[in-house]
Design a protein around this ligand. Structure first.
Ligand code: HEC
Length: 135
């Protein structure tokens, strides 16, 4: 059984190597949105008459993502994760459902807003506002 520690070490090294390759191949864009969310229908597409979306954005999102969505908010510097430009094609080419998932459920440094923004209609107003930031 002398070989055991050695093979465990080999296994650990292989695992580490695989994880490193994975991290470089799929940086933050490897953010997989569940199908259920991806294909969600935005019943309120294009609406934000009362400016609720903008209000919510300024209240909850601006501090990191910046006023225009460029990722230059006052808190952005304190983050370890690089922020994508919300006005970019890369972000805007996603479905409303994908943006909803990322904005409301979040992950890691992107906070979860399920409790802070409870109303379904308000959530979509926020997504509609994100759309209006597009270049
Ligand atoms: C504390 C800072 C912080 C706040 C506040 C914040 N975000 Fe984020 N956001 C992030 C970070 C960090 C990421 C990237 C997360 C990652 O890739 O792991 C992100 C990613 C996103 C993305 C995904 C963009 C892409 O690359 O596809 C969307 C959409 C988003 N945020 C919307 C919002 C909205 C809407 C709000 C307000 C309700 C908000 N964020 C508030 C830090 C923040």
């Amino acid at each position: 059984m002398k070989t055991r520690p050695k093979s465990a070490l080999t296994l650990a090294m292989v695992a580490l190597f695989t994880m490193t390759i994975f991290a470089f191949t799929f940086p933050q864009d490897g953010w997989v949105v569940p199908e259920k969310y991806k294909n969600m229908k935005n019943e309120y597409a294009g609406e934000d008459e009362d400016g609720i979306g903008e209000e919510l954005y300024n209240q909850h999102c601006k501090s990191c993502h910046g006023k225009e969505g460029y990722g230059d908010g006052t808190k952005a510097k304190e983050l370890e994760t690089e922020l994508n430009d919300l006005t970019s094609a890369e972000v805007q080419s996603q479905t409303d459902g994908e943006l909803y998932y990322k904005a409301i459920i979040g992950r890691d440094e992107m906070p979860n807003f399920e409790k802070k923004i409870r109303d379904e209609e308000d959530r979509w107003m926020l997504i509609n506002y994100l759309r209006s930031l597009a270049k």
